[in-house]
Design a protein around this ligand. Structure first.
Ligand code: NAD
Length: 383
């Protein structure tokens, strides 16, 4: 078991004695030699402000890191996920103006308000709704902690936009970072591979967007296909916050599904690959990608998510870019490929790597991603 940092997670009060889960329990698949090395790693205290779709996944991921300590999560209102946070042993704090009595009435154990959580951490990961992160930024400045924001914020919220495979090194030691959105993360990862191997002349992508996350019962459409009348869409410029010189143009439309986004890509490369197989080979074995083979009969996103439920791991999520061998073709001029993006989880490993970057816990992307991939089971069951 990795050593706990002295004065780390504060002791819970007597009324919270039911909380017994060790949030830093190491995953089962670690070798003893690795655990021995990790016991000597520094432990950075991380807090998560906003405990919704992204926040709860990020909290679970941080809790699995050997060099990080989850010191708390903050929620605005009592809800079932606050109960889960209690059950997982995550110290629970209140964001916003809810009264502690509201949480107490729901028999939820609360440790304090968000300002207290910020005093207990070195880095906060803001997972509040789109545009609310910017409003929270002053809290983090006042507390003197490093802050990581999400892709729902404008790029100007932070010193730099972040994607681990693309610009980890340039983000080392920064005070604030923004992990780019789910679609931008998917495009940036693929761009990192294609640029390094062959160079990208230009890229056109159509982004077929899910209408809502599965838990969002008040969003739609439930019928119809809605083109985004902002041409080109904002995704291309967002990718350029990571790769300023990348020629990329995107359009988007929303369809009635909750499972995943799908990107339809046409990329002209600077140097021609010998074959489609050469391109597949470049992605195979990279833990941040999962490529399905034809025999697996994965026809689309329903089977991808069923695969996620079946393979096990920390959550039934797909944090990898999903590719299909059959959904990739180099036609001698352009590379055509589909990729599916699980919007609820793809940014989770990038948030973990962003913490390592701002705290200089790992010197380069490879070292950070190796730990993140291993602890989160990325690339498990890959071809
Ligand atoms: P969400 O609505 O599921 O969760 C946000 C949580 O923050 C909720 O629990 C809400 O109660 C809480 N909250 C509200 N006001 C707050 C405040 N002032 N301070 C702290 N917490 C507050 O949202 P989400 O989908 O998790 O999105 C969070 C961020 O991640 C956004 O920037 C979003 O654009 C980005 N993002 C979302 C997805 C996705 O598909 N859901 C994918 C990638 C990135």
């Amino acid at each position: 078991m990795p050593a706990r940092r002295e004065g780390g997670i504060p002791n819970l009060s007597a009324s919270q004695d039911a909380i017994t889960v060790d949030v830093r329990a190491a995953p089962n698949d670690l070798k003893d030699s690795e655990l021995g090395r990790w016991e000597t790693m520094p432990s950075v205290r991380v807090a998560v402000n906003g405990y919704g779709t992204i926040g709860k996944r990020v909290a679970d991921a941080i809790a699995r890191q050997p060099d990080m300590q989850l010191v708390g999560v903050a929620k605005t209102r009592p809800s079932f996920d606050a109960g889960v946070a209690n059950a997982r042993g995550y110290p629970l704090y209140i964001s916003g103006d809810s009264e502690i009595s509201e949480f107490q009435a729901a028999k939820l154990a609360v440790k304090g308000r968000v300002e207290e959580m910020l005093r207990a951490c070195d880095v906060v990961i803001d997972c509040a709704p789109e545009k609310v992160g910017k409003e929270n930024a002053h809290l983090y400045r006042d507390a003197g902690v490093k802050a990581i924001f999400q892709g729902g914020e404008k790029a100007t919220v932070a010193e730099a936009s972040f994607s681990a495979m693309a610009n980890y090194g340039a983000c080392l030691g920064r005070t604030t970072l923004r992990v780019v959105s789910c679609n931008t993360t998917g495009l940036a990862r693929a761009a990192a591979v294609l640029r390094e191997k062959w160079g990208v002349t230009d890229w056109e992508a159509t982004i077929v967007r899910r209408a809502a996350d599965p838990a969002e019962s008040d969003r739609g459409p439930i019928n119809g296909i809605l083109p985004t009348f902002h041409l080109p869409s904002h995704h291309g410029p967002d990718v350029r916050t990571i790769f300023p010189d990348l020629s990329i143009s995107t359009t988007a439309l929303i369809v009635p599904t909750t499972l995943m986004h799908v990107h339809v890509n046409r990329v002209r490369l600077d140097r021609a690959p010998a074959s489609t197989e050469e391109v597949r080979e470049a992605f195979r074995g990279l833990p941040r990608f999962h490529m399905f083979q034809p025999w697996e009969r994965v026809e689309g996103t329903p089977q991808v998510m069923e695969f996620a439920r079946d393979r096990g791991g920390p959550r039934p999520d797909v944090m990898e870019n999903v590719l299909w061998e059959a959904g990739m073709n180099w036609d001698g001029t352009s590379l055509h490929f589909f990729q599916a993006i699980h919007q609820e989880s793809i940014v989770v490993p990038e948030n973990v790597d962003a913490v390592r970057a701002v705290c200089r816990l790992a010197p380069d992307a490879e070292s950070s991603m190796a730990i993140t991939n291993r602890t989160l089971g990325l690339g498990a069951l890959s071809a």
